[in-house]
Design a protein around this ligand. Structure first.
Ligand SMILES: *Cc1c(COP(=O)(O)O)cnc(C)c1O
Length: 377
C-alpha cells in the first residue's frame, strides 16, 4: 500500500515545543499564562487594523461568544451562509436563534450579497429584523465582504465573519476577519495552522474582546470570593495549546506560500483537462488556498467527482466533496433558506484535493496521475 496522503494534516514548524517546554519549566500548566497573552498579541499584530484577539478552545466557541455578545437570543434570526461547515450554523442554535440560510455567488462560492439583501428585505417585510449576518470565507477564498458589510451597515445589522478557514487571506490588502464587528478564527488540526484544537474571537472593539475573555473564563465578577452575575463558559485556550500556536504563527507566511503553491501546481497540471475548472481570485482578493477545490463537469470530463474521489481512495489519497449546503442538512432543512441553486451545484460537482503545506512534489504528481488515469490522459 502506498503511503497515505491526507487532505490537510497538521504541519509543525519546529519551535512549537520550545514554547510548550517553557510552559512546563515555569509550571504555567494552568489555563492562562504568558503563551496565551503572547499568542493573542501575535494574532492581533498579524491581522493589523487595530484588531484585538481572545484565544478560545475552538472556532465554534468563538462564534458562540460572538453571537452572545451581539445579544442574539431566543427566536432571533441570523442570516447565515448555507455553503459552509456545520459549525457556523450550530452556534446559532446554541443561543436558540434561527438560522436563515443564504445561498452563494459563483465568483467566490460565498454568501451572495444580492441574495442577502433580498433575504433581509423579505425578513423585514415579515416583521422580523435579523440580529446578525454570518458570512464565511470558504476554503480560504474571501467572501464579497466589503459588499456584505455595507449591507449590514445600511440595515443596521452587525456582521460576524467566519474566517475559520481563511487566516492569511485578504481583500485589497486587509485581512479576513477584520471587516465585521467580529471575526472568528480556528486552529483545529486541519486548518492552515493548528494548536491541536483552538480558535479566536477577534474585533477592533477592545471592550468586546475583554468581555469575550470574561465570558470564556466562567464570568467571574471582581471579588475575592467566586461571584457571578452572568452565565459563563469554560472556553479559554490553555497555555500549553497557546504555546503551539506561538510556534505556528512564526511559520504562517511559509504555510500560506506552500498552500498557494499547491493550488498553482494543480492548475498548471490539471487546469487544461476538459471539464475541470478551478476557482480563481477576483481582482484584489488573496486566498490562503486552505483547500484547493476542483469542479468536475461530468458532461465534458467524462467522469464525475465521485468517480475521482473513489479513484483517489483506492490510491490511499484522501479527497472530499465540498461542503453539503446547510439548507440540505437534515438538522437544518426546516429553517428558512433563500436559494439560487449555486451551492447545490457546487456540492454536486466540487471536490477538495489534498492541500497540506507538507505535500511534496512527488505527492502532487501522484495525485495528478490519478486524475490523468481516470480521464484517460
Ligand atoms: C473549522 C471551522 C469552524 C469551527 O472551528 P473549530 O475550531 O473546529 O470549532 C467553523 N467554521 C468553519 C467554516 C470551519 O471550517
Amino acid at each position: 500500500m502506498k503511503s497515505k496522503i491526507w487532505l490537510s494534516p497538521p504541519h509543525m514548524g519546529g519551535t512549537e515545543d520550545k514554547f510548550v517546554r517553557e510552559a512546563f519549566e515555569t509550571n504555567w500548566i494552568a489555563p492562562l499564562g504568558p503563551n496565551v497573552n503572547g499568542f493573542e498579541n501575535d494574532i492581533a499584530e498579524y491581522l493589523g487594523h487595530g484588531t484585538h484577539a481572545a484565544v478560545l478552545i475552538s472556532g465554534t466557541a468563538a462564534i458562540h461568544l460572538g453571537l452572545i455578545l451581539l445579544g442574539v437570543g431566543d427566536g432571533d434570526e441570523v442570516m447565515c451562509q448555507s455553503m459552509t461547515f456545520s459549525a457556523s450554523a450550530n452556534a446559532i442554535r446554541y443561543v436558540n436563534a434561527v438560522p436563515v440560510f443564504v445561498d452563494s455567488e459563483t465568483d467566490t462560492w460565498n454568501m451572495c450579497p444580492i441574495l442577502l439583501e433580498e433575504a433581509i428585505n423579505s425578513r423585514l417585510a415579515a416583521g422580523k429584523k435579523p440580529k446578525a449576518i454570518l458570512p464565511v470565507h470558504l476554503y480560504g477564498m474571501p467572501a464579497k465582504i466589503e459588499e456584505i458589510v455595507a449591507i449590514g451597515t445600511k440595515y443596521g445589522i452587525p456582521v460576524i465573519e467566519d474566517a475559520a478557514e481563511s487566516l492569511g487571506s485578504t481583500v485589497n490588502g486587509r485581512s479576513c476577519g477584520t471587516f465585521g464587528k467580529f471575526g472568528v478564527l480556528s486552529f483545529n488540526g486541519n486548518k492552515i495552522i493548528t494548536t491541536s484544537g483552538g480558535g479566536a474571537l477577534v474585533s477592533q472593539d477592545v471592550e468586546m474582546v475583554n468581555k469575550a475573555r470574561f465570558l470564556a473564563s466562567q464570568a467571574r465578577d471582581e471579588a475575592p470570593h467566586y461571584q457571578h452575575s452572568q452565565v459563563g463558559y469554560n472556553y479559554r485556550l490553555s497555555n500549553l495549546c497557546a504555546g503551539v500556536g506561538r510556534g505556528q504563527m512564526e511559520v504562517l507566511p511559509l504555510r500560506l506560500e506552500a498552500r498557494r503553491a499547491n493550488f498553482d501546481f494543480y492548475v498548471a497540471h490539471l487546469g487544461t483537462l476538459p471539464g475541470i475548472t478551478f476557482l480563481h481570485e477576483p481582482q484584489g482578493y488573496l486566498s490562503n488556498r486552505w483547500l484547493t477545490t476542483m469542479m468536475v463537469n461530468p458532461e465534458i470530463a467524462g467522469c464525475n467527482r465521485e468517480t475521482l474521489r473513489l479513484a483517489f481512495e483506492k490510491e490511499n489519497i484522501e479527497s472530499r466533496p465540498v461542503w453539503k449546503p446547510m439548507h440540505r442538512q437534515p438538522v437544518f432543512e426546516s429553517f428558512p433558506a433563500y436559494t439560487n441553486g449555486v451551492s447545490d451545484k457546487l456540492f454536486q460537482d466540487g471536490l477538495c484535493l489534498p492541500s497540506g503545506s507538507s505535500l511534496s512534489k512527488i505527492d502532487l504528481e501522484r495525485i495528478c496521475n490519478v486524475v490523468f488515469e481516470v480521464m484517460g490522459k
